[in-house]
Design a protein around this ligand. Structure first.
Ligand SMILES: [Zn+2]
Length: 413
């Protein structure tokens, strides 16, 4: 397991370097576009184009993007604080009848599903309910380029779903979006698994019909909650921002501790089907990590309870396929990410399915113990060698019967 970890560590560094090169500013390939349905469906920015290729330029057009409460962030599980106020989340109205159709759109940045406001989010320590506005996805490119926005202990997942809600204190999403605490986003990591995730297929099967930017179709209502992990009890919470311009710092982020699994084919559908304004596939539509600037991250559960799963080890997306369900081990504190549609009712709260130590910490420990082992082995070999030389010398002068006692003297030397 240790060599694999070290390999992955090197690979992650290479990934970071390549990502930095990729993220270097490049000229925009197309003109203005409508951004009114982007990450948060915000109006008033239709004339200001942005793309993931010019992230460093966002702040010049959208000053909030340079703030100190930006998202996404890395969740360092060793530094999160447990909060008793973070009760289980309550979702209601999520199970929509088939006759209630939902708009599914390619907005040039992602695939976005419009949601009715009767879908509400409460509990979770929120003082008032939030109403749903839309959901969308973030993904990477190719099998080895994961595309979640948040990371956990430095680990980036294949993708991420965001279900965007706005506070019921406001009349509309637009009104709430720029107000403190106005928004609440549920985020869950997407991970590669062995089986097709049927609830996700409900969306993915329509992608080929909205290939071009701006295209829209209608999707029959379904239980939207099945797109999320089934464990609503364990999650992380922090205050952050929209991850796309205008980067309003008004979001209560809830990041689930449990992941959701999609098949490799489904992840590939995400990565290869939709096209952006430059007629190229929409890929790696995630924002780079933002500084915490002293913000605290809360958790609804004791992260120290985490334990290593039996036989488990860190894996990049797709690397866990040998264990399709309960053994889906992540290099993070996240437990198995079986789909929420009942495919794996046994996983979830069981302690052995929760992964204890992060990739980062695991690597450090592996290197530390590896070094200690090597040093001990060398010292032992040196001792044995020395012992044999001395013994052979003494054997030439002493009777064999005294040999065993001689070792005491040797130690005294
Ligand atoms: Zn998003």
């Amino acid at each position: 397991m240790r060599p694999a970890k070290r390999l992955r560590l090197r690979f992650s560094s290479l990934q970071l370097l390549l990502l930095l090169l990729w993220a270097a500013p490049r000229p925009c390939a197309a003109g203005d576009e409508e951004d009114d349905d982007d990450d948060a469906g915000l109006p008033g920015h239709k004339d200001r184009h942005w793309s993931y290729k010019d992230m460093p330029e966002w702040a010049s057009m959208f000053p909030n993007c340079d703030g100190h409460m930006q998202s996404p962030i890395n969740i360092n599980t060793a530094a999160v604080s447990f909060s008793v106020k973070l009760e289980p989340l309550l979702l209601s109205g999520y199970d929509l009848p088939p006759e209630e159709t939902l708009p599914l759109k390619n907005n040039g940045h992602t695939v976005l599903l419009g949601l009715p406001k009767k879908m509400t989010l409460s509990g979770g320590g929120f003082p008032q309910p939030y109403q749903a506005a839309q959901l969308h996805l973030h993904w990477g490119s190719g099998h080895t380029w994961p595309g979640s926005e948040h990371t956990v202990d430095g680990h980036r997942y294949a993708g991420e779903i965001h279900v965007v809600h706005y506070s019921s204190r406001f009349e509309s999403f637009e009104e709430a979006a720029s107000e403190p605490g106005g928004l609440a986003v549920l985020a869950a990591f997407l991970q590669v698994g062995m089986e097709t995730n049927e609830p996700y297929q409900h969306i993915l099967k329509h992608l080929s019909g909205i290939k071009e930017e701006g295209e829209e179709t209608a999707v029959a209502g379904f239980d939207v909650a099945k797109l999320l992990p089934y464990d609503f009890d364990r999650y992380f919470r922090y205050n952050g921002s929209l991850t796309t311009p205008p980067c309003y710092q008004t979001v209560n982020w809830t990041v689930f501790n449990q992941t959701v699994r999609l098949s490799q084919e489904q992840i590939s559908m995400l990565e290869e089907t939709l096209q952006g304004d430059d007629d190229e596939p929409i890929q790696s539509n995630f924002r780079l990590l933002q500084d915490l600037y002293g913000r605290s991250i809360l958790s609804s559960f004791h992260t120290l309870e985490k334990v290593h799963p039996p036989g488990g080890g860190p894996s990049e997306e797709g690397g866990d396929q040998a264990e399709p369900k309960a053994g889906g081990v992540l290099s993070s504190p996240l437990p198995d990410g079986a789909p929420r549609d009942g495919l794996d009712p046994t996983s979830g709260k069981d302690a052995e399915k929760r992964v204890g130590i992060s990739l980062h910490t695991g690597d450090i420990l592996a290197i530390l113990f590896g070094s200690l082992f090597a040093a001990t082995a060398l010292a032992f070999l040196f001792f044995v060698h020395k012992h044999r030389r001395q013994a052979s010398r003494e054997q030439a002068t002493k009777p064999a019967a005294l040999y065993t006692l001689a070792s005491t003297d040797e130690h005294a030397l």
